[in-house]
Design a protein around this ligand. Structure first.
Ligand SMILES: [Fe+2]
Ligand SMILES: [Fe+2]
Length: 214
């Protein structure tokens, strides 16, 4: 297991290290850095959120000794790419959004799916398309409708990747988006109860996320 990451800043060297360790091609790493750079310019917090979800998702994959963590890395880092097509003002944490604005924000999953597909990141685009389907009010690509792009890929595995990213996404939002949830994040039991309410089958993964210090 890696040394514990405690600050969002240290996620940048972590990412560089993972690209090397997983032998990610120059083409893909450049694509990912391009998207991340654009996210940082659009909404800085969204950039750190993307790094955080990549880190948490990959850490779960390593904890469970998955053979291939690259889909978790790419999917975690790029799940919210579609937010680039939505006005940055809608992502200000200190502001209550209207129902109409929420409908606009929800479109980001379809935009992520489209943008990543156009970039040639087919698996990542499917995972990103499903990342809001495991929560209370699901939206985006329904896992039941997802078609695997090649016979060598197991549908259940892709869905599990998306489920991990969804859980990591939720945990990261809890820890870093002030005002979105009415939960004292220092109260680990309260955080656990909240996550278990949304992901009742993921107790072990939730305990693991709670052990991370970010
Ligand atoms: Fe999202
Ligand atoms: Fe997200």
């Amino acid at each position: 297991m890696n040394k514990k990451i405690k600050t969002v800043k240290s996620l940048e060297p972590w990412l560089e290290k993972k690209f090397k360790e997983y032998k990610v091609s120059v083409k893909i790493s450049e694509s990912i850095y391009r998207f991340l750079h654009r996210l940082r310019g659009h909404v800085p917090n969204l950039y750190y959120h993307s790094l955080g979800v990549g880190y948490k998702s990959v850490s779960i994959g390593e904890f469970e000794e998955f053979k291939d963590n690259k889909p978790l890395l790419y999917g975690g880092l790029l799940h919210d790419t579609g937010k680039l097509r939505i006005e940055a003002a809608l992502f200000q944490d200190d502001r209550q959004i209207t129902n109409k604005e929420y409908q606009i924000i929800k479109q980001h999953v379809d935009y992520s799916r489209e943008m990543l597909r156009d970039e040639g990141l087919i698996i990542t685009s499917l995972i990103a398309g499903m990342h809001h389907y495991f929560q209370e009010n699901p939206y985006g690509l329904n896992p039941a409708d997802m078609k695997v792009p090649s016979p060598g890929i197991r549908k259940e595995k892709l869905i599990d990747y998306a489920r991990i990213i969804s859980l990591s996404d939720h945990h990261d939002a809890l820890m870093h988006r002030k005002g979105k949830f009415n939960i004292d994040i220092k109260d680990k039991e309260a955080v656990k109860r909240h996550l278990l309410g949304n992901y009742p089958d993921s107790g072990r993964r939730i305990d693991f996320l709670l052990s991370l210090e970010i």
